[in-house]
Design a protein around this ligand. Structure first.
Ligand code: HEC
Ligand SMILES: [Cu+2]
Length: 344
């Protein structure tokens, strides 16, 4: 291997691991709302304090290294070892006080930020969304609007949104990096955080508390709309399914035991995401694949391939029907895909 690469390997590895990206879809450095911006500014305070410490300590270290270096790096009569003491008490106490001062500087915006994210801004009524985390997907309910959706939520631009988070099973954590967070989903606890988007766009989020084997595939998307667009979205989501004639395969493989499609008799399950308007989403299976016919077919064909261990695989038609040697055919899958895509 090239010597240069070898010497710089740790640095290169660090850059690779960090992705070197300052503006990815989940970058906190690209803040787009008041809470995210405050968190970003708090990060900058911590960052510059750390840079200052690094510069002072590193500078003194380098200075000592260069200035007091014996020629040839050898101790000799002309360059003896310096006195080996226990240090300088005054200096040590001074450094302790400087450290406390620096921690104080970092603490002020941190504590302010914690209180800020936990106090609804005055003047504008917040929109409430109840978020429930499941292994490994998200339910979003709008109690004041009568809307329920899965994995993808919409919010109006410029209005605070009060996200109340709870979990149906284990610990999860709710995080939309460019809007702010995180807030843990702790069993038996009603916690909330408010977030707000400054401009329209697609904001990606992610569960950030390890919650089982497909934790990394527990993502979400939040779409911020201008208020009129948001109202249109709400009206669309409130309506019953555009097509209440579910295909034969839907009934045969009992999709409705776990999924709700409002308007379809018998489809009122609450184990999986609401599918009433699944065709209007941009992704499937908690944001891991784009909503396309091909991906949807892959998902239905074997949910375990995309998301190991998920409930649809473990308790769905494979578990229910394969022991009885009832297989889903390609035609069944196509029928289901076509139907689901039509549910705009
Ligand atoms: C045992 C319950 C169960 C059954 C039966 C079931 N599903 Fe699911 N389904 C789930 C769960 C749970 C998820 C969420 C999986 C995840 O993302 O972790 C899901 C996710 C989905 C999604 C993705 C939705 C989204 O918002 O991303 C689609 C589409 C879907 N199921 C279609 C079907 C179809 C079609 C059938 C019938 C052939 C079916 N499901 C049967 C439990 C079930
Ligand atoms: Cu998780």
């Amino acid at each position: 291997m090239n010597r240069w690469i070898k010497n710089w390997q740790p640095l290169l590895a660090a850059l690779l691991v960090s992705g070197c990206s300052l503006s990815g879809p989940q970058s906190t450095l690209d803040a787009d709302g008041p809470v995210a911006r405050l968190q970003y500014e708090t990060f900058l305070v911590t960052f510059w304090v750390s840079v200052a410490i690094f510069a002072v300590v590193g500078g003194m270290f380098l200075y000592a290294l260069v200035k007091f270096r014996a020629p040839g790096g050898e101790v000799s009569r002309d360059y003896p070892l310096p006195d080996q003491g226990h240090g300088n008490p005054l200096l040590e106490i001074g450094v302790i006080f400087v450290s406390i001062l620096l921690i104080g500087i970092v603490a002020v915006p941190t504590v302010y930020g914690v209180l800020y994210a936990g106090t609804l801004p005055e003047g504008q009524k917040a929109l409430r969304i109840n978020v429930t985390g499941y292994q490994w997907w998200w339910k979003f309910e709008y109690p004041e609007l009568g809307v329920v959706t899965g994995n993808e939520a919409a919010i109006p631009v410029g209005r605070p949104v009060e996200f109340h988070v709870q979990t149906a099973d284990v610990l999860h954590s709710f995080w939309i990096p460019r809007l702010g967070g995180k807030m843990d989903l702790t069993p038996g606890q009603d916690d909330w955080i408010w977030l707000q988007a400054d401009k329209p766009g697609n904001y990606w989020g992610q569960c950030t508390e390890f919650c089982g084997e497909s934790h990394a595939f527990m993502r979400m998307r939040v779409q911020a709309f201008e208020p009129e667009e948001f109202d249109k979205w709400v009206a669309g989501q409130k309506a019953v399914a555009v097509n209440t004639q579910a295909p034969a395969a839907f009934n045969k493989f009992q999709c409705g035991v776990c999924h709700t499609v409002r308007g379809v008799p018998g489809a009122a399950g609450l184990v999986g995401p609401d599918l009433t308007h699944v065709g209007s989403r941009s992704s499937i299976a908690a944001g891991i694949k784009d909503m396309t016919a091909g991906n949807l077919k892959e998902w239905i064909h074997n949910p375990n391939d995309l998301k190991p261990g998920n409930t649809m695989y473990k308790a769905g038609y494979k578990a229910m029907f394969e022991p009885m040697h009832i297989e889903m055919t390609g035609a069944d899958e196509d029928q289901l895909v076509e139907y689901l895509m039509s549910l705009k």
